[in-house]
Design a protein around this ligand. Structure first.
Ligand SMILES: [Zn+2]
Length: 438
């Protein structure tokens, strides 16, 4: 559904402006919430997209069945190659930003190091507002996960990454294509950054995201719009890995000589889990544990992977210090034994996304354009982080939920609403056009 009131008589517009002034509505509100109706150029953008729906779905299918789990460098590389070619065709200069190997402490035999694939940076110099468009090419599904297929059932599509966020990549690409078709893109200053490690915390791409954020005026991230809802604020995220080193010994013959890494790990887990405080909104989750060698061997090594969510940067810093304190203590044996040690790695990989006047302006502008297009978009806060949290934290007003509408991310129930592909591409095309002209 589109709004065709762009030919509204001029005196009516003047009258409504005057009415606002008479009602003394604060200027900020008026500017934020009332976008002018679509003009003929914008209507052309909007009209270009619906006939491309089938094409968009077919592309989404291709992207979905190309596995690009964060650790699947070849698969992520294929997605990058596709977008490089498409963006070059649209006039972007494309470069590769190097991925890297990130080492984490691990027990012998469980190498937890991460080998991050390269990222893609596409730039197009132009005039006006500088926009940074962001998306991630990786998904949480490794090639051996059972959920690999793309399936369509009426207006619903299912598949790994359809919502998070291959659908969003299609939305972004087609918004740019619509702008290109209309001849609008030539003059716009747009950068596209597609990273390959968002699902493991953007550990390699963070520096590139922050660097680009400082050189742009607005950030647009194509994470899912959920149930047609834009996200205003997000919690901060952290992660910790720790490895307890103990002393192996025969569980029967020389029990007293052993120092069980599993026993110490258990004490530490209780301390860590006790950090959760629903009142402040700080939560921890020991999500993965492993350790030991045999039933009848006192465990020489045990390890855990911990997730942290926190409401403010201060809470994040406090939690980091608590982790360090827990890792440096020995709970399970006399401290002076000196035979137990802990190696650890803590990373506050996403600061909280805290709304600013400018990010609220961007959010309300988007909702208002949505209304012109017949899209009613709600607003919510989220405990999940995105790359938008990184860019907003260094001062770039960022809206990070502009992608396809979908639910069930990170599970085999992941699905998306097919018709939102066109809707969100229309929304973005008009939004990008208007932001560029600010
Ligand atoms: Zn995502």
């Amino acid at each position: 559904m589109t709004n065709r009131h762009f030919c509204k008589p001029r005196h009516l517009i003047l009258t409504s402006t005057l009415a606002l002034q008479l009602l003394a509505i604060p200027a900020a509100n008026a500017a934020e919430n009332i976008e002018p109706n679509l003009n003929a150029d914008e209507q052309a953008l909007v009209d270009w997209l619906p006939p491309r729906e089938q094409e968009m779905v077919e592309l989404l299918e291709q992207l979905t069945i190309t596995n690009s789990g964060s650790m699947n460098k070849a698969g992520v590389g294929e997605i990058a190659e596709f977008f490089s070619a498409e963006l070059r065709q649209l006039g972007f200069g494309v470069t590769t930003l190097p991925g890297e190997r990130i080492d984490m402490p691990s027990c012998p035999g469980s190498d937890y190091s991460i080998d991050v694939a390269d990222h893609l940076l596409a730039t197009k110099p132009g005039n006006g507002t500088r926009l940074l468009l962001m998306g991630h090419m990786d998904t949480v599904f490794p090639p051996f996960a059972p959920f690999q297929d793309f399936r369509r059932d009426g207006d619903t599509i299912y598949g790994p990454g359809v919502a998070d966020m291959k659908g969003g990549l299609v939305v972004m690409l087609y918004a740019l294509k619509a702008l290109d078709e209309a001849g609008d893109l030539d003059d716009m200053a747009i950068t596209v950054l597609l990273n390959s490690d968002e699902e493991i915390g953007s550990l390699s791409s963070r520096k590139f995201l922050e660097q680009q954020a400082r050189e742009h005026d607005y950030g647009l991230v194509y994470e899912s719009t959920g149930t047609d809802t834009l996200v205003r604020e997000r919690k901060g995220l952290g992660q910790a890995r720790f490895v307890v080193n103990g002393v192996a010994s025969h569980a029967g013959g020389a029990h007293e000589q052993g120092r069980s890494a599993i026993k110490e790990l258990a004490y530490k887990i209780v301390e860590i889990e006790n950090m959760t405080d629903y009142e402040t909104g700080l939560t921890v989750n020991v999500g993965v544990v492993s350790g030991g060698e045999a039933r009848n061997t006192i465990a020489p090594c045990a390890e855990a992977f911990v997730d942290l969510r926190y409401p403010t940067p201060e809470h994040g810093e406090q939690a980091r210090q608590q982790f360090e304190s827990i890792f440096s203590q020995v709970y399970s044996y006399p401290v002076d034994s000196g035979e137990l040690s802990t190696d650890s790695w803590v990373n506050l990989h996403r600061p909280p996304k805290i709304a600013t006047a400018k990010s609220d302006y961007l959010l309300e502008k988007t909702r208002s354009i949505g209304r012109l297009l017949g899209q009613e978009l709600g607003v919510t806060d989220s405990g999940g982080g995105t790359d938008g949290s990184l860019t907003q934290a260094v001062g770039l007003p960022t809206l990070d939920s502009l992608g396809i509408a979908g639910t069930g991310a990170h599970s085999n129930r992941e699905q998306a609403r097919l018709s939102s592909l066109v809707e969100r591409a229309q929304l973005s095309a008009v939004l990008i056009r208007r932001l560029s002209q600010e």
